[in-house]
Design a binder for this molecule. Sequence first.
Ligand code: PMP
Ligand code: GLN
Length: 387
Amino acid sequence: LVTRMAGFGETVFAEMTRLADETGAINLGQGFPDTDGPRSLLEGAARRIAGGVNQYPPGSGRIELRTAVAEDRRTRYGLDHDPETEVYVTVGATAGIAASVLALVEPGDEVVLFEPMYDSYSGAVALAQGVRRPVTLRPSADGAGTRFAFDPDELRAAVTPRTRMIIVNSPHNPTGTVFTAAEMGLIAELCRDNDIVALTDEVYEHLTYDGVAHLPLASFPGMAERTLSVSSAGKTFSVTGWKVGWVTGPAPLVRAVRTVNQFLTYSANGALQLAVADALRDEAEWVRAQRDALQGKRDRLAAGLAAAGFGVEPAQGSYFLMADIRPLGFADGVETARSLPRLAGVAAVPAQVFYADQEKGRHLVRFAFCKKDGVLDEAAARLRAFG
Ligand code: PMP
Ligand code: GLN
């Protein structure tokens, strides 16, 4: 019926979570933690709700949160945003991404993105009737170690006179790649030279491991004035169900996002915004400890998957590991992911769904490691018994 969305069904995350629930499998599919965020955050929200913060907040978001986001980005990245005009609060990063694409991409405009890619980019580009131009990340060895990376010439070739936007997700879901200064530098150069707007998805900005730093594209020369940066509280504070996100960027671009978003959601939950504002100021230590814990979980699950016979690709960030199923004698990730919950008692996500050309991801499945150590150990034991 909605012809521009032809080809889109239920998202794979919903499908795999349902399958995990139906079969009682350990859910390493959809990326959500199985522990709560900081106490002060949870109590801060409860206190606000009990205290009467229950009506519409301003459409652009509570000024407390917009100010906290601006301060946070100044402190950590040296970026300056006017909280009044250059920070905008959305219902999770998802709404920020969709509103940004709808605001800036006209039918027929091309959008460069890196595949495998998070599913909501394709949905948003389709809603805007834009055209995807995927650039493939492949496992490759370079100075930064073995990681999924792009070929600079392929990126250059993807840019055409019709290119309106490039979507950059680092730390990257599903590969865990954190783009290097050289990679970000090339992206910035292409944006400047071709008058392209960048949309960055930085929801895993705090979750980088082994001392690797997240580099915001907006901090590269000439990029602050042409970049919309999206992030959210979900991953930073382990509250993925709260759906409090934000978009930062130059006032004219943020205004365009607001123009669209006021008709999508108008505003986001006000009590939660106030709690997140406090946490951005007060819970940096919790966030660091969480990152360190996740680094250990990544290693724990990587070892478990390797022991079960998967080929495991390294990840520098995010919640996820990509695993090659071929050493186990499987060929198709969708079939494997659909059968694993029943056969092994573990759910994962097939990587195909992250690719425009699904063949490229056929041999990969994605596992989430944002779970309790005991859960990861049990999943590893089940996979080992199965493999
Ligand atoms: N971008 C990426 C890369 C994600 O993995 C996710 C899922 N958490 C989102 C955006 C959506 O974030 P939110 O839940 O804040 O909408
Ligand atoms: N970001 C989550 C993931 O990649 C999924 C969120 C969702 O279900 N939309 O697993």
